[in-house]
Ligand binder design. Sequence first.
Ligand SMILES: Nc1ncnc2c1ncn2[C@@H]1O[C@H](COP(=O)(O)OP(=O)(O)OP(=O)(O)O)[C@@H](O)[C@H]1O
Ligand SMILES: [Mg+2]
Length: 239
Amino acid sequence: MGIYSDTRLKIPIQFDLETHCNLLLTGCSGSGKSYALLFLIGSVLKSNKEIEVYFCDFKNSLDFSFLEDYKYYYAGNNCYDGIIQYYKNFCLARENRDFTKKHLLICDEYPALVNYLQGQDKLNKTKYGNEILSAISELLCLGRGINFYTWIVTQRADNTLFTNGSRDNFMVIIGLGRLSKEQKGMVFSGEEVPDTIYQKGEGVLLADGHPLIEVKFPLIKNVDDWKRHILEILRSMPP
Ligand SMILES: Nc1ncnc2c1ncn2[C@@H]1O[C@H](COP(=O)(O)OP(=O)(O)OP(=O)(O)O)[C@@H](O)[C@H]1O
Ligand SMILES: [Mg+2]
């Protein structure tokens, strides 16, 4: 993935997907998370054309409506099915020791999904919320070695969303826009996060093996082209 590590010098930064496979993208509403996500998906697919992507878009936003006809695109309440299907694939791969293919699960607005499911669970005495929490926790803890990667996009990144301390398994954490003191303490604990007022698409990045740095996501020159390209690569993936 490539992002600018200095807003003036425009030094691109890159991480290997294999070693930095779990990503947490956080920031308040309007800080540029979904836009950054669009940039990251396009960048990753450029160099990893054979990755099977499951995309869960709880908000059902226009940003990702171009994926509507993609077979592993899940919107709104269907996100539950997307995560469970991905988790089942992961369990099967482990059972069969079949680690050849790369897989990526992306969840935009993850806490909103969990919150919704937990609300339904209270009404219907079901346990869908907990099922998702433990699936994500297991994926974060065990996915790396077997090529099952997880990207979570969230306004808040509370520990309760990542059970059994699984939040520690994000190798890349990006905080965009204005981060509250509480959020800084939670996701960047022990780090000196500058008091800078970040604009949309700007913030800080902490990756395994690197010090905390300030980053800025570049503007995508032609968004329609970018989206078309993403869809083409996803569609050309062998079954
Ligand atoms: N890197 C960027 N440079 C300039 N403008 C940006 C950048 N990223 C996002 N924006 C602008 O900010 C707006 C909000 O961005 P985006 O929808 O990605 O925010 P978000 O964090 O996903 O918000 P929400 O939590 O409400 O979904 C976008 O419509 C876009 O025009
Ligand atoms: Mg968004």
